[in-house]
Design a protein around this ligand. Structure first.
Ligand code: PEP
Length: 253
């Protein structure tokens, strides 16, 4: 199956206008394989600048812009929050939803995550839905139970047919920012579980669903991870802030 591969950069609360400009000109020199899309997700204040810089160098259509979060409501008295229409206005076409840092630091439940996924889709933004287990859950052999519990509310909220516009990022929490990557075999086994979980509801949707791996992906381990049958690219944190390393990862997808 020739699925879309995606390499998404999650800058988290890092970066600067200088990084926006230098990254855009560096990305302009990357050669991507066919069927690969690169999505850069800087912090909210840098979205418009990234759009503008991309337009200025006529960056290829294979590069898209994404946000790291959204509010599930269209507008209103939600101080500090950002709506889907605002994200679209500044050029975003993707949005990360349910990152483990949002779930653990900001107490986002799987039900809230499901509402956010629905809001993104309703506005025409593609959600990158993050799911993953903690180290204790992995050790207790609860990984599949945890992933199912994170996925089911989203399936219930949006309906399986709408997963055709969703990207899933499997990110074991213990591998995020720790340097402890899941082995390619472990990552593949978990990706296969996720695809089969979706396939039980709709096989056609499952076959086409891009499943990204995230968790300490770097220039050295990306090739082996991306070569796995059910891994369709990655969600990259720390390594996405270093242009040279990120370019290697993009070209490996
Ligand atoms: C992430 O933040 O989604 C992530 C995968 O981070 P890192 O690559 O730094 O582990």
């Amino acid at each position: 199956m020739n699925r879309l591969s995606i390499v998404a950069a999650n800058w988290k609360m890092n970066g600067s206008l200088a990084l926006v400009n230098s990254m855009v000109s560096e990305l302009n020199n990357v050669t991507l394989n066919e069927n690969v899309e690169v999505v850069v997700c800087p912090s909210f204040p840098y979205l418009a600048a990234f759009s503008l810089a991309s337009d200025n160098v006529n960056l290829s259509k294979a590069f898209s812009l994404g946000a790291q979060n959204l509010n599930e409501f269209a507008n209103g008295a939600f101080t500090g929050e950002v709506s889907t229409s605002m994200l679209q206005e500044v050029g975003a076409s993707y949005v990360i939803v349910g990152h483990s840092e949002r779930r653990s630091i900001y107490n986002e439940s799987s039900v809230l995550v499901a509402h956010k996924v629905k809001a993104a889709l309703s506005a025409g933004l593609k959600p990158i839905l993050c799911i993953g287990e903690s180290e204790d859950e992995r050790v207790a052999e609860q990984t599949e139970v945890v992933l199912a519990a994170q996925l089911q509310p989203v399936i219930d909220e949006i309906g399986i047919e709408n997963f055709k516009n969703v990207v899933i990022a499997y990110e074991p929490v213990w591998a995020i920012g720790t340097g402890k990557t899941a082995s390619p075999e472990m990552a593949q086994a978990t990706h296969q579980f996720i695809r089969e979980f979706i396939a039980k509801v709709d096989e056609n949707v499952a076959v086409k669903l891009p499943l990204l791996y995230g968790g300490s992906v770097n220039a050295t381990n990306c090739e082996e991870l991306f070569a796995q049958a059910d891994i369709d690219g990655g969600l990259i944190g720390g390594a996405s802030l270093k242009a040279e390393e990120f370019k290697i990862i993009c070209s490996a997808a």
